[in-house]
Design a protein around this ligand. Sequence first.
Ligand SMILES: Nc1ncnc2c1ncn2[C@@H]1O[C@H](COP(=O)(O)OP(=O)(O)OP(=O)(O)O)[C@@H](O)[C@H]1O
Ligand SMILES: [Mg+2]
Length: 247
Amino acid sequence: MPASRASPSILQAERVSVRFGGLRAVDDVSFRLECGKILGLIGPNGAGKTTLFNALTGYVPLSSGRVTYLGSDVSRSPPFERTRKGMGRTFQIERPFEGLTVLENVLIPAFLRFPGRGDAEAWAGECLERVGLADRRKQLSSELNLARRRRLELAKALAVKPRVLFLDEIMAGLNPPALTEMIEFVLSLTLDGTAILMVEHIMQAVVELSDHIIVLAFGKKIAEGTPEVVTSSPLVIEAYLGGVDDA
Ligand SMILES: Nc1ncnc2c1ncn2[C@@H]1O[C@H](COP(=O)(O)OP(=O)(O)OP(=O)(O)O)[C@@H](O)[C@H]1O
Ligand SMILES: [Mg+2]
């Protein structure tokens, strides 16, 4: 893309690679994400999607390449620093603090933006309201069902007031009505310009939500484009069929 392009880029990955010993889990992946856009990241199991998320958010070190967020190089910044700058994420395997209430779980990230307890609590309450968990605030997080645990993950990510949000398989296992609700909710998150990078196996969600899709296989970007282009690509279909044996 030309450098003079007017649309502001929030996040840019340039030739990002992550190696675990001899395994190239992410291999030379580049992309740009702009304000208010949703980038879908798909690929068979083990393709490197979560590892790419971890590399972008600072949870695993890059072997090479560069990550630029709002114009500054964050390639070596620790996760906390990136979160503080507005990179919010959910985890593929949710990690609520089980002994804490729903509100307390969201309060922890809320303190990052509001050091005073009263303000942090008000903000955490707003985040719970947004994800539809306001009435559960006093419940222990361990008592939530899967769909609500996912919403709690989202509330925790939203509590840091993200400019870019990394969503790792937040739709997995949801029943059809919960899925429809989640799709609508994710779309609503972009209205204020928040950009989203989304890993998702549920193609309905990927196709309905993504402005642009990147396909990973064996750590490499093998295809990208609009949902229509990507889902009809023979290379992508083959990568998915090839992945069926490992599932
Ligand atoms: N910490 C690690 N140490 C060594 N190998 C790892 C580590 N994390 C991931 N891997 C390997 O890197 C590859 C990519 O894994 P990753 O979890 O990123 O895939 P994925 O695309 O997210 O898969 P899924 O769709 O199943 O979530 C896999 O071969 C995995 O076994
Ligand atoms: Mg994964």
